[in-house]
Design a protein around this ligand. Structure first.
Ligand code: GLV
Ligand code: MG
Length: 318
């Protein structure tokens, strides 16, 4: 599949399921490693209490130096603390200095504006140069504040290192004063999906800038039906991945974010029908009573190319 925008490292990589693992629980690392998630996010931020930040950081460094995650086909994402905390600089400096070559990307939470990304980008460049790292570390941003949502268009083009925008439903709800204490999912008091506008905006900002849109965590991990529905809504909008906070959610995300063979067959039928139409000099035709035209070719190609791309992703993506 053609990469939408050239970055170093390339923006297009499989990140259907990002499994979030609290860095304070190293006992979960091996399990995460043998899971089917494309990306493992080692979290130094909100799943770690303030008094444990330093221990979390050390756990990440130990895990990244002791385990060959890339060899096991995983993208390694480290979620550092946000720039408005005094934990952030230590997270970045300590972890990248000691284990930078093992990290695929740094995830920056609660990004409010371009300057937040700029700060991390410049620090990364300095550490990489000082340590002689061979590969540029990517940045993935979480859109989860009202300010971040307002400034999303500029954030999305803030850096050539940017690869993905993630939606953080919990913090976004808090930042907007939404009347809920749930992370992600629907709200019985709201008709429809309360997260739809921000989710749609994230997809647009990502697709306009060659980034991956990745959907939020879903806190109620026992609610399988709700999680499937939320994942399907995200895929329908154009998200290419979603977070899992529990191992039971991984297979669901992988399944929903991977085109089914029926979808691929229908998409190929559209391409065949349009190829035939083109030979006859027509710009549109119909399949099963539905009109298809040049826009249908683009939609169908998205599915066929995504299917082909995912088949190439069985081994390490670095
Ligand atoms: C994720 O970080 C969230 O706030 O939901
Ligand atoms: Mg958050």
């Amino acid at each position: 599949m053609t990469a939408p925008k050239q970055t170093n490292p390339p923006a297009f990589r499989a990140e259907r399921c990002l499994l979030s693992v609290p860095a304070i629980k190293p006992i979960l690392f091996e399990k995460a490693l043998s899971s089917e998630a494309d990306s493992i996010m080692l979290d130094c931020e909100d799943s770690v209490a303030e008094g444990e930040k330093s221990r979390a950081r050390k756990n990440v460094i130990n895990a990244l130096t002791a385990i060959d995650w890339h060899d096991r086909g995983k993208n390694i994402v480290v979620r550092i603390n946000s720039v408005d905390t005094h934990f952030m600089y230590r997270d970045l400096v300590d972890i990248v200095e000691h284990a930078g070559s093992a990290i695929h990307s740094v995830m920056l939470p609660k990004v409010d504006s371009v300057s937040d990304v700029y700060m991390v980008e410049k620090l990364l460049a300095q550490i990489e140069s000082a340590k002689g790292l061979k590969r540029a570390i990517a940045i993935e941003v979480i859109i989860e504040t009202a300010a971040g949502a307002q400034n999303m268009q500029t954030i999305a083009s803030a850096s050539a290192r940017l690869e993905a925008l993630h939606f953080g439903a919990g913090d976004f709800a808090a930042s907007c004063g939404a009347r809920t204490v749930d992370i992600g999912g629907l709200n019985a008091d709201f008709p429809g999906d309360p997260w739809h506008p921000i989710m749609q905006s994230i997809v647009i900002a990502c697709r306009a800038n060659g980034l991956r849109p990745i959907d939020s965590a879903y806190g109620d991990y026992k609610d399988k039906r709700g999680f499937i529905a939320a994942t399907k809504r995200a895929a329908a909008l154009g998200f290419s991945g979603k977070w899992a906070i529990h191992p039971d959610q991984i297979a669901i995300v992988n399944e929903v974010m991977t085109p089914t063979q029926d979808e691929v067959a229908s998409a190929k039928a559209v391409l065949d029908a349009m190829a035939l139409a083109a030979k006859e000099g027509a710009g549109a035709t119909s399949i099963g009573g539905k009109m298809v035209d040049v826009a249908s070719i683009k939609m169908a190609k998205n599915i066929v190319e995504l299917d082909a791309f995912l088949r190439t992703q069985e081994t390490s993506v670095l």
